[in-house]
Design a protein around this ligand. Structure first.
Ligand code: COA
Ligand code: AMP
Length: 628
């Protein structure tokens, strides 16, 4: 069956469709019921273990010698492969190590680690125990880590002594120590993976050495859990400084990821699939760790950058070396490669015969970049759209179902199981081709979030503006042929190099500076990173040393949120454009900084501010270098 038939099946009888998809997995109690509308749970009577399905099941089926994981670390010069049998041994013993710290079903474990195989083992080990992992991206600073520790109250934190960024070593342990100092919740133990060349100091009675703990741990079996039990919590940016803890279930998640590997990406057992992301993001959860392994594929875990580790040929050499069939990355990575290798000579040097398709997501794929890479590779390049909340693609060209038509500027069609609507602010459907609020009809398909950790009100808020629908926070348009076009966020979230960040959160940090009276942070278009934060700051009268304030603001953002949130520019202005009711006109600021045509609203309090802002932006922007 092709895309139209499958889409129709999913639309007409979602219960039968998803029960059928769930049958691809091994359940300790096979679900007979697809969805319970009362609790909004998929497979409410099912019992499953995700780790069993991602690891043990393949070994038991005789695929123990197949390669499960390829670790490629051009930044350290290391590479390793693990068969499914080796993965099973590592994961089962890592689970033993975690269980020895008193962690059991339902307990939370924070994983704050660089891109090393042990991080993936740890995620799977938590799943094995029925414990709930919360991976925190290594680029987040101590206060961000502390917020997550306080919210999910882990029994244990797993971390490493260091990670690597081009040209520098990131010491993780001091960041973890600082976070544990800030956090009110104090986990009983941490386990630290010591990496050369930077060994961490361990605090007696709290910090354990990973190798020593692992060596003395035996394997433990998988613990069956209810389908709706949480597998993980992944924090993502909302519109405030408090991150949202997206909760993922076990049964629905395992079902849709398995389905998506075959039907969206077109891969199956034995194929090598590579998502060049980080385990700290949803892409890493779904398509470095769980999706490929559930489908019996070989997954690539990459510790490096698309450029500079050591050059713009890294991606293509890895594809060549491991016969990668599908690559998934963010458009920023392609823009970085293009900037460094505009003729694509590294692409020409590699043999890319194994590569069938490139998938892009995480941010807008500008047609120029998409066409450039499609031309250089001579393979289909597919933009697709989803969010942390959803956990798997919602808009795509389903390559595995034989869909090939791609429309420039569109992320494709609704993936079977998703029903999209576009409405205006008043809640009326807009005609085809008109931009409005992009909504998804309830119930959301399996895999999508059913709650936010500790925050039912905030979860409910995602469904209140348009009753019966989930508000994605994106503006979109559906054309006459069902292609969905994403136009950007309707809220204060920006996407910097595929990383989702909240400008509201940055404003909170900036506003904390004693010299700042008022501020606004907006996302400015950026040739490399898609968007970058730009700040507008009004200081106290008589504040003399703007250079110092500038330096301190950048340092505060990097120190409180992380270097990934570094603003591109900060402009000091006399006042901010506001409505008469005092609302800052952030869209106007964004249009000014982007050099776009501006429409001055009737409700503006003082239009003369606009000229002053334009004047501040006109000179060469103040480049923000690290720490200065
Ligand atoms: N740990 C610590 N610091 C990190 C980090 C991590 N895991 N990841 C990034 N940072 C730091 C970087 O070192 C950099 O610090 P600096 O300002 O002191 O130089 C800062 O955060 C910004 O990093 P980044 O956004 O990665 O920019 P870059 O200029 O270092 O690299 C690209 C540019 C395009 C190569 C990089 O952004 C990239 O690889 N993009 C692809 C993104 C991607 O795959 N996203 C996944 C979403 S699907
Ligand atoms: P995240 O939760 O980090 O995956 O970020 C989700 C947000 O990234 C979406 O709400 C979009 O705003 C944006 N996004 C993701 N994929 C795309 C895409 N293909 N095109 C445009 N925006 C995208």
């Amino acid at each position: 069956m092709g895309f139209p038939e499958i889409a129709a099946k999913a639309h007409d009888d979602p219960a039968a469709f998803w029960l059928d998809a769930a049958a691809a997995l091994e359940w300790s109690r096979i679900p007979r019921v697809a969805h319970d509308p009362q609790s909004d749970t998929w497979f409410p009577d099912g019992e499953i273990n995700t780790c069993h399905n991602a690891v043990d099941r393949h070994v038991m089926a005789g695929h123990g010698n197949d390669t499960a994981l390829i670790y490629e670390s051009p930044i350290t010069g290391q590479a390793r492969t693990f068969t499914f049998a080796e993965l099973q041994e590592r994961v089962a013993r890592t689970a033993g190590m975690i269980a020895a710290q008193g962690v059991s079903r339902g307990d939370r474990v924070i994983i704050y680690m660089p891109m090393v195989p042990e991080a993936a083992f740890a995620m799977l080990a938590c799943a094995r125990l029925g414990a709930v992992h919360s991976v925190v991206f290594g680029g987040f600073a101590a206060p961000e880590l502390a917020k997550r520790i306080d919210d999910c109250q882990p029994k244990l934190v797993l971390s490493a002594s260091c990670g690597f960024e081009p040209g520098r070593t990131i010491a993780y342990k001091p960041l973890l120590d600082a976070a544990l100092d800030i956090a009110r919740h104090k986990p009983a133990a941490t386990i630290i993976l010591q990496r050369e060349p930077l060994q961490a100091d361990l605090q007696e009675g709290r910090d354990l050495d990973w190798s020593a703990a692992y060596e003395t741990s035996g394997p433990v079996p998988c613990v069956p859990v209810a389908s709706g039990d949480p597998l993980y919590i992944l924090y993502t940016s909302g519109t405030t400084g408090t991150p949202k803890g997206v909760v993922r279930d076990n049964g629905g998640h395992a079902t849709v990821l398995t389905w998506s590997m075959a039907n969206i990406y077109g891969v199956g057992p034995g194929d090598t699939y590579w998502a060049a992301s980080d385990i700290g993001w949803v892409v890493g959860h779904s398509y470095i760790v769980y999706g490929p392994l559930l489908a019996g594929c070989t997954s690539v875990l990459f510790e490096g950058k698309p450029v500079g580790t050591p050059d713009a040929g890294t991606f293509w050499r890895i594809i060549d070396r491991h016969r990668v069939k599908v690559l998934f990355t963010a458009p920023t990575a392609i823009r970085a490669i293009r900037r460094s290798d505009p003729d694509g000579s590294f692409i020409d040097d590699a043999s890319l015969a194994s590569l069938e398709v490139l998938f892009l997501a995480g941010e807008r794929a500008d047609p120029d970049t998409l066409l450039w890479i499609a031309g250089k590779l001579g393979k289909p390049v597919i933009d697709h759209w989803w969010q942390t909340e959803l956990g798997w693609p919602a808009i795509a060209t389903c390559f595995g179902l034989g869909q090939t038509e791609i429309r420039a500027g569109s992320a494709g069609h609704a993936v079977p199981g998703y029903r999209f609507r576009v409405k205006d602010d008043a809640g009326s459907d807009v005609p085809a081709g008109t931009v409005g609020n992009l909504l998804i009809e309830q119930p959301l398909p399996p895999g999508a979030f059913r709650s936010l950790w500790n925050n039912p009100e905030r979860y409910a808020a995602g469904f209140t503006d348009f009753p019966g629908y989930y508000t994605t926070g994106d503006a979109g348009m559906i054309d006459d042929d069902g292609f969905i076009h994403i136009m950007g966020r309707t809220d204060d979230i920006i996407n910097v190099a595929g990383h989702r960040l909240s400008t509201g959160q940055m404003e909170e940090v900036v506003a904390n500076h004693p010299e700042v009276v008022e501020c606004a942070v907006v996302g400015a278009a950026d040739d490399l990173k898609g968007e970058m934060a730009v700040g507008f700051v009004v200081t106290r009268p008589g504040c003399g040393d703007l250079e110092a304030v500038h330096r301190e603001l950048v340092a505060a953002i990097r120190g409180d949120i992380g270097a990934i949130a570094s603003p591109r520019s900060i402009y000091f202005v006399e006042g901010l454009p506001k409505t008469r009711s005092g609302k800052i006109l952030r869209n106007l600021l964004r249009d000014i900084v982007n050099g776009a045509e501006i429409i001055v609203p009737q409700t503006i309090e003082d239009a003369s501010v606009i000229d002053a802002v334009r004047e501040a932006v006109r000179p060469v922007p103040r480049d923000v270098s690290p720490g200065g």
